[in-house]
Design a protein around this ligand. Structure first.
Ligand code: PLP
Length: 385
């Protein structure tokens, strides 16, 4: 049985071209990029190239790219590194729907005397920008708002938000882990100061990420020791991962149009068939402002986990929330923030596609999902028979 992978917001397949590019860095080009000899210099050259490739995707200059180990590290470094530079400012603004890589850091700050404001979202997962405007004041050190939501795919109006925040002289960070490679970015023309991305969400390997730091942004080093990454992040570089990420960014740039075209078509086909064929379903999130690859659907009266287990038997892999929170019995904090009723939040499934999915796979899923839902409803104590 073939595996159909619809869980690309959790992680993605490493592109063959990326793996190829990385291979020599394990057993042949294994030098330390900081070494003076030719062997080290070759690696330094490759890292420079990767930095240019990442900068190409983000529309910024290579000197503004800091390589990290993952999206979580980038998020943590952006928040903690900014606050360290503005010790007299004690307010941070974020949203209720951030990934735990941001939300947990912010909530911990409350134990250290910070005021943390979590902006609300409406029932489509949209922000109220007036609420943000009211909360911005002289005490605000940082605003951290995600580009696109990992569970629903809802995209926030980040450029508008960045402009508002910058007009008030406050540092703006965005977690673009889900958006990078799916949305065109031109950071040189943007008011975004700090932006996180993660390799394994865009067909690069796990263990590599980026924090974009706009030139002139004040940020304390996140790891101290050697002089790597311009002194911002010490530690011998993950050369294979960085080279892989560079290639993945180049491919993402080339494939952006396809992501927005073919992948959107496949997602829409899957989504509309499910909503049409399965009664008592609802789409979670703003239909019009979403990533092209994500759909989050609630199936009333049944558990998302039960659906996933049965779909898995047919070779279909999806998710019932973000990979980090699945396994917990609590319904998703994102859906709860959107006011999705408890029963619907429990019955939610996220399908997230990539450029490697095919129409055949979508057709297969459309054939298998409705009978799975019908069968589970027959067994559900919440459905009157
Ligand atoms: N931010 C968002 C929006 C995510 O979806 C994720 C991963 O799911 C992360 C941050 C964390 O990224 P990483 O797994 O690279 O630490």
């Amino acid at each position: 049985m073939k595996t159909i992978y619809f869980d690309n917001n959790a992680t993605t397949k490493v592109a063959e071209e990326v793996a190829e590019e990385m291979k020599p860095l394990f057993c042949e080009l294994y030098g330390n990029p900081s070494s003076m000899h030719t062997f080290g210099g070759q690696i330094g050259q490759k890292i420079r190239r990767a930095r240019e490739q990442v900068a190409g995707l983000l529309g910024c200059s290579p000197g503004e790219i800091v390589f990290t180990s993952c999206g979580t590290e980038s998020d943590n470094a952006a928040i903690k590194g900014t606050l360290a530079m503005y010790p007299h400012k004690r307010k941070v603004i974020t949203t209720r729907v951030e990934h735990p890589a941001v939300l947990t850091v912010c909530r911990e700050l409350e134990n250290h005397g910070y005021t943390v404001v979590e902006l609300n979202v409406d029932n489509a997962g949209r922000l109220d920008l007036e609420e943000l405007e009211k909360e911005l004041n002289e005490d605000t050190a940082l605003v951290s708002i995600m580009y696109a939501n990992n569970e629903t795919g809802v995209v926030f109006p980040i450029e508008k938000i960045a402009q508002m925040v910058s007009d008030r002289g406050v540092v703006f960070h965005t977690d673009a882990v889900q958006a990078a490679g799916k949305t065109p970015l031109k950071l040189s023309e943007s008011n975004i100061d700090l932006l996180s991305l993660s390799g394994h969400k865009l067909h690069a390997p796990k263990g590599v990420g980026v924090l974009y730091v706009k030139k002139g942004t004040r940020l304390s080093p996140f790891l101290v020791g050697g002089h790597q990454e311009g002194g911002r992040r010490a530690g011998t570089e993950n050369a294979p991962g960085i080279v892989g990420l560079g290639k993945a960014c180049e491919l993402a740039g080339e494939n952006l149009k396809e992501e927005n075209g073919r992948v959107r078509y496949l997602r829409d086909k899957l989504e509309s068939a499910i909503l049409q064929k399965c009664p008592d379903c609802r789409l979670n999130g703003d239909k019009d402002n979403r990533l092209p690859n994500t759909t989050n659907i609630s199936f009333e009266y049944i558990e998302g986990e039960a659906i996933l287990l049965m779909l898995d038997k047919h070779g279909i892999c999806a998710s019932s929330g973000s990979a980090c929170t699945s396994g917990s019995l609590e319904p998703s904090h994102v859906l709860r923030a959107m006011g999705v009723p408890f029963t619907a939040a429990h019955g939610s499934v996220r399908f997230s596609l990539s450029r490697y999915n095919t129409e055949e796979e979508v057709d297969y899923a459309i054939e298998k999902i409705p009978p799975v839902v019908d069968r589970l409803r027959e067994l559900s104590p919440f459905v009157s028979k």
